[in-house]
Every structure is written in C-alpha cells, then in structure tokens.
Design a protein around this ligand. Structure first.
Ligand SMILES: N[C@@H](CCC(=O)N[C@@H](CS)C(=O)NCC(=O)O)C(=O)O
Length: 354
C-alpha cells in the first residue's frame, strides 16, 4: 500500500489537474461565447469597413458575376443589405465564389464573414457543422431536369439511367434516399463543380441532372437551347435556403437575422425603396419603431438607429429583391409561391420589430 500511495497521490493530482484543465477549457469555451459577444466579428467588420460574403457566383438570379464583373442575385442582395445596414453602402462587399464543398470551411476559418449561397438549412448543418443560420430567404425543393425528347416523364423512367449531381450537397443524399424509396436503380455521376456537372449533362453523358428547382430553372437559361429541357413535376425534397454565419457569435448572427427580417417586414409594412424617405414623417408607431424614428432597436443590435432605412433605400424590400432577380420581368420568371408573405398565403413571416 505504502509503495503505491505516492503513485496514487500522483495519479489523483494528475486527474485533478486534468479535471481543472478540462474545467478551464470549458470555462474558456463558455467565456468564448460571451467573449465572442464582446469581441464579435461585427466589430472587426465595422473597423475593416467591408463585408466578405461567400456566394456561388454561378447561378443567375441568386448569385452571378456579369461580364462587367458585377455580382447580382437574391443571395447577393442579402450581402448588399447587410453592407447597407453596416456602412450605408451596399457596395462595401468583397465576394468570394465558393463551391458546395468549400462553403462551410470558408465560414469556419473566417475566410468569409457570411455565407449567402443557395444553402439548405438542415438540422446537422445548424447543430454539428458549426453554422448559425439566419431566417429562410427562399423556400425551394429539389427537382430533376431531363431532355424534352428523352421520353423521361417521371422519376420512375430513370431506372438504369445516369444522373448528374454535385458533391457536398443535400441533393446528392436526397437523390439516393428518394430513389431507394421508389426502388429505382440509377447511376450517380457526381461532380464538385457545377459547370462540369451541367457540361456533362449537356453532352448527353447524363440522362438527367438534379439540383434545387430554382437552380435548375436558373441554369437552364444558360444552356444553348433552354426549351429543349424540362423539369419534372416531382419534388424530391424540401430545400429551405438561408444565409449563415459561424456558430458562437450571437451578436453577429443577430445582425444577419434581423437584416433578413427587415427585408420581409418592410414588404409587409408596404415600405419600399421609393417611399422609404417619405415615411420618415409617418405617424404609424410600428413604422416609426421599424425605421428608427422612435426607440433604439438598431442600437441594441450594434447597428445605427436607421439601419432599416439604409437597407430599404439601397436594396429595397424582399418583394423588390425577388422581382428584380427572379420575378416575371426576368428570364427566370419564378412564381413566388411559398416565397410570398404570410399575409398573401406564403411562408415569409417576420417577428415584430419592438
Ligand atoms: N441547396 C443545396 C444545394 C446547393 C448547391 O451547392 N448546389 C449546387 C448545384 S447541385 C450549386 O449550387 N453549385 C454552384 C456552385 O458550385 O457554384 C445544398 O445546400 O446542399
């Protein structure tokens, strides 16, 4: 016993030290959260004077780089709205094109401040991939595109056929799940790059290509003969698309969250880029609070009082963003369907600004 006592003492001291360290680490972990709140990315971005936004850059209507090098699309407008709220300048954004595989690492390593890139909000991404998602900006579902003359009229006609998809996406998994459920054996052809995926489909080396419906509609406009391709009626999954920031920085996540809500709320209140200046004299208390005429909602978020005015005057409300990028006057001409406001039978809803 005697012989083992010092060893036991050593062991217990060691265990205590480990426990202490572990506690310390936990405390640091806990402190980090509150530390992050006090030294939030928000402050760094403000002093940097520019926002770094991760987008795709390959999807017209969502995020696309024009021949003039300018970015446009609904996802891009989310970046612009955040920059408008922060700097009163929607152009204070540096964009980074990210493919599906790169996107989450880019957020975790701080390469981008926020991800606004046709990304589906899922439980695992929200809880174990280290993302903090903002509200949904586009309700989507996965679809299947095939050649018009292919004789493929529904998913069951894809037995034994090659289907192009992209790695690191929900689409790859949904396809496998759906086809297993339907008992259809198919050949998955998986790519990292969307352009290669579409080029392969275009060359006829895949009988079909699957992705979010909005993306299929968008990319179809870039094919040499868009009318030669149809999107099957069946929807394989739900794809609620939302922007995201890295987990653990509630202050920064709140900014993104309330900028998105501001876009929705502005449409609901009938405030748009054309009338926002006149509404400075509104006597509606809800509008007064929202526009920062009364109260200090913006300040509580680490923003200016008039952050909503800045967003709307530069970027517009959600409806204006939708119409500009995806609406009937665009090549995409996507019906708003689920992406209408809740007051119009859709799913878009903002909590109160109070
Ligand atoms: N919403 C799905 C799919 C998103 C996705 O990345 N889709 C591919 C096409 S299947 C894409 O957008 N690629 C664009 C690119 O790589 O730039 C997800 O979050 O996983």
């Amino acid at each position: 016993m005697k012989i083992f006592l010092p060893m036991l003492m050593f062991k217990s001291a060691l265990l205590s030290a480990i426990a202490f360290l572990a506690l310390g680490l936990t405390a640091c972990g806990g402190d980090n959260t509150s530390g992050a709140a006090s030294s939030s990315l928000l402050d760094k971005i403000k002093s940097r004077g520019q926002l770094t936004c991760g987008v795709s850059g390959e999807i017209p209507g969502f995020s696309f780089v024009g021949t003039d090098g300018k970015y446009s699309g609904l996802d891009v407008d989310v970046c612009r709205a955040v920059a408008a709220a922060l700097f009163d300048n929607p152009d204070a954004v540096e964009y980074r094109n990210l493919n599906a595989k790169e996107r989450f690492t880019a957020v975790q390593t701080g390469e981008v401040d926020l991800l606004s890139r046709n990304t589906t909000l899922t439980a695992s991404r929200d809880t174990s991939v280290g993302m903090a998602f903002a509200p949904i900006v586009f309700y989507d579902g996965q679809g299947m595109m095939v050649g018009k003359n292919s004789n493929i009229k529904s998913l069951k006609d894809l037995q034994g056929k090659a289907i192009c998809t992209q790695t690191g996406t929900t689409n790859e998994q949904n396809l496998a799940d759906k086809m297993r459920q339907l008992g259809i054996a198919y050949k998955p052809v998986v790519f990292e790059d969307i352009n290669t995926a579409f080029a392969t489909y275009q060359q006829g080396r895949c009988n079909a290509i699957t992705s979010d419906k909005s993306q299929l509609i968008s990319r179809r406009t870039t094919l040499p003969k868009p009318d030669n391709h149809i999107i099957l009626d069946e929807v394989l999954s739900q794809e609620p698309l939302a922007p995201a920031v890295a987990d653990g920085d509630a202050k920064w996540a709140d900014v993104l969250k309330w900028v998105v809500y501001a876009l929705i709320k502005a449409e609901e209140l009938g405030i748009n880029s054309q009338n926002v200046a006149n509404l400075a004299s509104s006597d509606n208390p809800e509008i007064q609070r929202f526009l920062g005429i009364k109260g200090n909602l913006g300040e509580g978020m680490g923003l200016s009082k008039d952050f909503a005015v800045r967003i709307i005057k530069h970027v517009g409300n959600y409806g204006e963003i939708y119409d500009r990028n995806l609406g009937p006057k665009t090549k995409l001409n996507l019906p708003r369907s689920q992406n209408k406001l809740w007051t119009k039978g859709g799913l878009l809803y903002s909590p109160p600004f109070k």
